[in-house]
Design a protein around this ligand. Structure first.
Ligand code: MN
Ligand code: MN
Length: 459
């Protein structure tokens, strides 16, 4: 049952394809460090490949038909791409799903304060993080500030070479005797995640002079007032670019690979696949890291509504056709898997762990403690996928998140399964999951994309 390492068998052509795909992946990671930035980049790439905004088609009173490529965006944070297949759509679609939100620190609504001649932004972390990993790193601010008149100011500070960066401080080791005795989840507490943003007081009579200086700069450079933080979405992420890792350059080290590694590979597979039999769909969602909530999370009706609009644009909408289209669909719900880490081997069960270089990972079930919250895919569906992957010479492996009683995690798979479609958790193995810098294998990126293409081509 041991799976082979894909690196050992690559031809020269495959290595070239692999490297070129991973260069594109680095670019994607650098363009999209927030869900909004990802949607902008995804729409740009989709339009370059002939996809059209469904809303524009509808506005022109036009219809869609076999071969047409369209996309639907919700609130700039969730996106679905469709390519209409030759088969009647009510026989189901082939859906690739992944999420584009990542763990980070969000700026609070009333964030700015001054203490001891330092100005800070107060934050609330988003998703599951080891808080102690987010201190003493260069950090960047990405996001939007929306003014009362509706104008949107885009913010990105800390990514350009000449930009300033930000930081959350930690206590020096010399004085950490008590801190070092604390449990890891208490070493840095949530309310101590204060982003240091300034230290130069204004030469004025004002009370909080450093804060006043920061506000003056925000006004000059961005036309933002302190009250405008009330209608802002500012995300604090590690500053800096995605990099190749290892002397053999076999890996990628970057922020936000959970789950942009699956979003990117799903997107590329969708964009390069033409003339599909079954309608192809690529669904990239927000809010997975906080339970798929909100209007842009998987639990919203966004996707169901988008499919209803597709049917309507094909003159086929009725409730039963919508139900059949969804129920007859098949989905690869992709999210990162925990890569086996020999340094922490005791957390894994080696027979059922995901390894770097062994390809696309299928998790029949995820969940925590007794499969709780798991989608638990059907054996029949897993058998179907084994054949699809093997016929296309895709390296794949099966895995669980870790040892049975140690923890667990959820994905979006169970939400799609509510429609009665076949869904399985799949994806790419990652080291340091949810840390500021996560690591993946270039071979797994390559095999995932190959696997997704094979899936979209199914009859
Ligand atoms: Mn994830
Ligand atoms: Mn995650």
């Amino acid at each position: 049952m041991e799976r082979k390492n894909a690196w050992e068998a690559y031809t020269k052509e495959e290595m070239e394809e692999l490297e070129s795909l991973n260069q594109d992946y680095l670019h994607f990671l650098n363009q999209g460090k927030t869900e909004r930035e990802c949607v902008t980049e995804i729409v740009k790439q989709a339009e370059d490949h002939g996809y059209k905004n469904l809303k524009e088609i509808q506005k022109d009173g036009k219809k869609i038909q076999i071969g047409d490529k369209v996309y639907v965006v919700g609130m700039k944070k969730i996106v679905a791409l469709f390519q209409i297949g030759k088969q009647p759509i009510e026989q189901g679609m082939q859906i690739l799903g992944a999420h584009i939100d990542s763990p980070r620190l969000d700026v609070k609504q009333n964030p700015l304060f001054e203490n001891s001649d330092f100005a800070y932004l107060d934050t609330h972390y988003y998703g599951g993080i080891k808080k102690y990993q987010w201190v003493t790193l260069p950090l960047a601010i990405h996001g939007v500030v929306v003014k009362k008149d509706g104008s949107v100011i885009e913010i990105c500070i800390g990514e350009k070479e000449e930009d300033p960066v930000f930081c959350i401080t930690d206590l020096l080791i010399h004085l950490s005797q008590q801190q070092m005795e604390k449990k890891a989840n208490k070493v840095i507490e949530g309310e101590d995640l204060n982003l240091l943003i300034g230290s130069r007081p204004l030469a004025s009579e004002e009370k909080e002079k450093v804060q006043a200086g920061v506000l003056e700069l925000l006004k000059q450079q961005y036309d933002i007032e302190e009250e405008d933080f009330l209608s802002a979405e500012l995300e604090i992420v590690p500053a800096g670019k995605a990099r190749e890792a290892g002397i053999d350059r076999s890996m990628i080290m970057a922020y936000g690979q959970d789950d942009r590694v699956c979003a990117f590979t799903s997107l590329v597979a969708m964009l390069e696949t033409e003339e599909v039999e079954r309608t192809a769909c690529c669904l990239l969602v927000d809010k997975e890291e906080i339970g798929s909530v909100g209007a842009t999370g998987m639990r919203s009706r966004f996707f169901e509504n988008a499919v209803a609009e597709i049917l309507d644009a094909m003159d086929q909408y009725n409730e039963l056709t919508l139900r059949r289209t969804l129920a007859n669909s098949k989905m690869l719900s992709s999210d990162v898997s925990a890569a086996f880490d020999p340094t922490y081997a005791s957390a894994f069960e080696k027979k059922n762990a995901a390894f770097f270089g062994r390809g696309l990972v299928f998790n029949k079930f995820t969940g925590a403690r007794g499969k709780s919250g798991s989608n638990d895919a059907n054996a029949e569906y897993m058998a179907f996928l084994r054949k699809v992957m093997e016929d296309a010479n895709v390296y794949y492996q099966t895995a669980e998140l870790g040892k049975v009683d140690l923890g667990g995690g959820g994905t979006i798979a169970y939400i799609l399964s509510l429609y009665g479609m076949e869904v399985i958790d799949s994806g790419v193995a990652v080291l340091n999951m949810h840390a500021p810098w996560e690591i993946t294998s270039k071979a797994d990126v390559y095999e995932a994309k190959k696997g997704y293409v094979a899936f979209l081509k199914c009859k």
